[in-house]
Design a binder for this molecule. Sequence first.
Ligand code: 5GP
Length: 192
Amino acid sequence: MKKGLLVILSGPSGVGKGTVRKYIMSNFKLDLSYSISMTTRAKRDKEVDGVDYYFVSKEEFQRNIDEDNFLEWEEFVGNRYGTPKDKVEELRNQGKHILLEIEINGAQEVLRKINDDRVISFFLMPPSLDALEARIRRRKTESEDIIQERLQKGVKEMGMTEQYDHIIINDDIARASQEIVDLIKLKIKKGR
Ligand code: 5GP
């Protein structure tokens, strides 16, 4: 059986990766599963444990590192985030497609580790820096220090696009999602 596609959706914090991912998952029938990450970050009000993330203590996260349970993990503005590897491998081996929504360093790590031709990577780019800042602020979930840190990181990350298959401008969620879905469908077709 052909391995399922591994879809990597990356880009700076606040660019709208989560919104685009949710839009794709609920508006298109792609038979795509979302890989739920583990994090030490505190849960935001609207987030649900086991749906948005597995929220764990620093100790539990460290235990998972020690047991080699992550495909990749990264520290991002004071918190740790990681992709549990079991599910990704299991689903891909069953021929199912899976989507990772992760930051830039983690995406590079995955691209280094998995270099089969069943990977497709997207860098989601804000239409402007002002738009990125406005999005982070609109979320109203971070303190000013963290907003500044995320923004500075975002500026650097916007220059780290060369490893990606596609750069998508998130000027409009429906349009950007459609562009991503069309490229995923093309890749699925090619692999048959
Ligand atoms: P947030 O705190 O805004 O939910 O996430 C911060 C950043 O970490 C975002 O860019 C998000 O995409 C990324 N992220 C979420 N899960 C993972 C993961 O498992 N691995 C890595 N490397 N980054 C992640």
